[in-house]
Design a protein around this ligand. Structure first.
Ligand SMILES: O=C1O[C@H](COP(=O)(O)O)[C@@H](O)[C@H](O)[C@H]1O
Length: 248
C-alpha cells in the first residue's frame, strides 16, 4: 500500500487545472512506457470539472488519444440519454470532441428496454475488464484511477454501510438502494479500485471537508468507503482549500 500525499489548491477551478496538467503527464508517461494508458474516470462534480479543464488545456494534443483506454469506476443505471448518466456527462464535457478509438472507450451498461438488469451489466463489465487484463489478473493495470468523494465519504458507487462494499469475489458489482439517487448503479468493487497503480481522490467544496478528514483519519471502510482505497504505487488526495479545511 502506498503512502498518501495531499495536493492542495485554492479553489475548484485551480484544482481542476492542476489535475488536468498532471493527468496529461501521467498518460504521456504511460504511453511511452507501455504503448497505451489505462485511465479510470469518475462521475460527479470533480470528474466533470477535470474533463472540462482538460478540454481547455493547450497541452491536450500531447496525448495520443487513439491509445487511451477509458474505463468508468461506476455508473448510474439509467437510460443512455438520462442526464444523470456519468458517461453522458463525460461525453458532453469532453469525450465527444476527442479523437478516441471507439473500441477503447468502455462505458458501463445503461438501462435499455429491460433487456439487461444491473446484475447482468456488472457481469458484462467484469468480462470486458477481464478481456483487457494481463495474464493472472481479472482487471487491467490501471495507470490512473480517479475518484470523487461524496459528503458521506462514498467513492464510485460504494456507500457507507452498503453490502456492495463487502463484495470481493468479482471486479464489478450491481448496487441497489443507493442512498444517493438514482438508486440503481453499477460499480467497481473495492479490490478493483485498490488494484490501480495510482489512485487520485479529487475533492472540492466545504460540504466534503468532514468526509475528507474522516477518510484520511483512518476510519473503518464501512463508515467511510474512501478510507479503504489506495493505489499500488501512489495515492494522491487532490483537495481545494475548502475540502481540506478540517485536516489537521
Ligand atoms: O454519484 C456519484 O457521486 C460521486 C461523488 O460525486 P460528487 O458530485 O459529490 O463529486 C462520484 O464520484 C460518482 O462517480 C458518482 O456516480
Amino acid at each position: 500500500m502506498s503512502e498518501s500525499e495531499v495536493v492542495r489548491k485554492a479553489d475548484k477551478h485551480a484544482l481542476a487545472v492542476a489535475l488536468a496538467d498532471r493527468l496529461i503527464d501521467e498518460v504521456v508517461a504511460a504511453q511511452r512506457a507501455r504503448g497505451a494508458a489505462h485511465v479510470v474516470l469518475t462521475g460527479g462534480s470533480m470528474g466533470t470539472a477535470l474533463l472540462e479543464a482538460l478540454g481547455a488545456s493547450d497541452r491536450l494534443d500531447e496525448i495520443d488519444w487513439s491509445a487511451v483506454e477509458l474505463w468508468w469506476g461506476d455508473e448510474r443505471f439509467v437510460p443512455p440519454d438520462d442526464a444523470d448518466r456519468n458517461e453522458l456527462q463525460a461525453r458532453q464535457a469532453l469525450l465527444d470532441r476527442l479523437p478516441l478509438d471507439p473500441s477503447r472507450l468502455h462505458p458501463m451498461a445503461a438501462l435499455e428496454d429491460d433487456e439487461l438488469d444491473a446484475e447482468a451489466g456488472a457481469r458484462q463489465y467484469a468480462d470486458q475488464l477481464a478481456s483487457a487484463a494481463p495474464d493472472g489478473s481479472d482487471v487491467p493495470a490501471f495507470d490512473v484511477l480517479m475518484l470523487g468523494v461524496g459528503p458521506d465519504a462514498h467513492v464510485a458507487s460504494l456507500f457507507p454501510g452498503h453490502p456492495a462494499l463487502d463484495v470481493a469475489d468479482t471486479s464489478v458489482v450491481a448496487v441497489h438502494d443507493s442512498p444517493k439517487p438514482p438508486p440503481d448503479r453499477i460499480s467497481m468493487t473495492l479490490p478493483t479500485l485498490r488494484s490501480a497503480r495510482q489512485v487520485w481522490f479529487m475533492v472540492a467544496g466545504p460540504d466534503k471537508a468532514e468526509a475528507v478528514a474522516r477518510a484520511r483519519g483512518g476510519t473503518d471502510v464501512h463508515d467511510a468507503p474512501a478510507a479503504g482505497v489506495s493505489g499500488a504505487d501512489r495515492t494522491i488526495w487532490w483537495l481545494d482549500d475548502a475540502a481540506a479545511a478540517q485536516l489537521t
